[in-house]
Design a protein around this ligand. Structure first.
Ligand SMILES: NC(=O)c1ccc[n+]([C@@H]2O[C@H](COP(=O)([O-])OP(=O)(O)OC[C@H]3O[C@@H](n4cnc5c(N)ncnc54)[C@H](OP(=O)(O)O)[C@@H]3O)[C@@H](O)[C@H]2O)c1
Length: 344
């Protein structure tokens, strides 16, 4: 396979993990990385990622980074389509295929159809593909779920459940999820939209329904805090008793006024302390029902980085346009040097 050159937008947890994984694969090279964070400017990308020095320094100059000849741009900055749209459009204009971790981009027509269509048109005009992907949305409750329906005769209903340890998410993301607030602050944040919990169930639900020939009437949601009964401290966050250490989020996609696809998402910064274990479950009810449990649940950081890295060759070979994970050939792991994966 000819070497695939990658540019990174965003050098947070995902950007660093993708860098480390690609540095251990012979056919990939990260050739440039840009960030908005001045503290990262001038730092060696490999060193930041905890691997060998790469010779690529992080720049604040997006234009300069995008001038490097490359095949794929990976945008790992925010969750929101409108906030990544500028990077997506600039990357496409430079002739790059683009992968973004923005959850809203996993099925972008749901959130902003005109913007999704505009990006789709631009990608087709430049003959490149654009994909929103990660672990969730992107894999567990869409690529894996849809693959599991490959052995179903019919699909009457779908139930999914995920218990996630969120302690390794950045402080920014933990706060956006809803960790570390009093009950009143949590409720006010949910009301104002600054606290969103997990983003992406509507995208996974709509993609699944679309693929399986259903139209969702609506998506119902509930979101309740899990208040700490003790102090939790980790390198990113301290949560005191009475503050949110987690939450339970339930979503249900209805067809003909009945739940057709339902999700329960439980996030906590120390699941074991409340007798929970990280676990992912998919139940497909039908003539040939199927229950799938992943225990321990998929590691959010490693799983997301792997899905992005493993989708890179798929996006390069895919047809042009704004695609979903259901449009790709199955992404799978490529040859990787375990020795080079070691964190330094
Ligand atoms: N689909 C999925 O399954 C999946 C999986 C993983 C991540 N995600 C999403 O992908 C995003 C990145 O994840 P992460 O874990 O790498 O986050 P992170 O560790 O917080 O890193 C994000 C980086 O992007 C920068 N950034 C944030 N907002 C930005 C904006 N509007 N414009 C430009 N740069 C911005 C941040 O800069 P500062 O340092 O200045 O804040 C930070 O350097 C998150 O929104 C996350 O929810 C989705």
């Amino acid at each position: 396979m000819p070497e695939i050159k990658v540019i990174l937008a965003g050098v947070g947890r995902v950007g660093r993990d993708v860098t480390r994984l690609l540095s251990a694969r012979p056919d990939y090279r990260v050739v440039a990385a840009y960030s908005r964070n001045p503290k990262l400017a001038g730092q060696d990308l490999g060193a930041l990622a905890g691997t060998r020095a790469s010779g690529v320094t992080v720049t604040l100059d997006r234009e300069a980074a995008l001038r490097q000849p490359a095949d794929v741009l990976v945008v790992a900055t925010t969750s929101f389509l409108k906030d990544v749209a500028g990077d997506l459009q600039l990357g496409i204009e430079r002739g790059l295929n683009v992968i973004t971790t923005a959850e809203e981009a996993a099925f972008p027509w749901l959130i902003d159809e005109p913007l999704a269509n505009e990006i789709d048109r631009l990608a087709k005009a430049r003959q490149v593909s654009v994909l929103g992907v990660g672990l969730n949305p992107g894999f567990i409750f869409d690529a894996l779920l849809l693959t599991a329906t490959g052995i179903a005769w019919d699909v009457a209903t779908i139930r999914v459940r995920r218990v996630v340890d969120v302690a390794r998410f950045s402080a920014t993301i933990q706060r956006r999820l809803g960790i570390g607030f009093s009950r009143e602050e949590f409720e006010a944040g949910v009301h104002s939209g600054s606290i969103s919990g997990h983003i992406g169930f509507p995208q996974s639900f709509t993609l699944t329904a679309h693929c399986l020939g259903r139209t969702l009437d609506r998506i119902d949601k509930s979101f309740e805090p899990l208040l700490a009964e003790q102090v939790y401290t980790n390198e990113r966050m301290t949560v005191v008793a009475g503050q949110t250490a987690g939450f339970i989020q339930r979503s249900s996609g209805l067809v003909a006024a009945q739940p057709w696809i339902s999700a329960e998402f439980i996030a906590h910064i120390a699941p074991a302390s409340v007798n929970l274990a990280a676990e992912d479950t998919i139940s497909i009810e039908g003539y040939n029902s199927l229950n799938l449990t992943i225990r321990p649940g998929c590691n959010p950081q490693r799983g997301s980085a792997a899905m992005i890295a493993n989708c890179i060759p798929r996006v390069v070979e895919a047809r042009p346009g704004f695609l979903t994970v259901a449009d790709l050939a199955i992404p799978f792991a490529r040859k990787t040097s375990r020795e080079l994966l070691k964190e330094s």
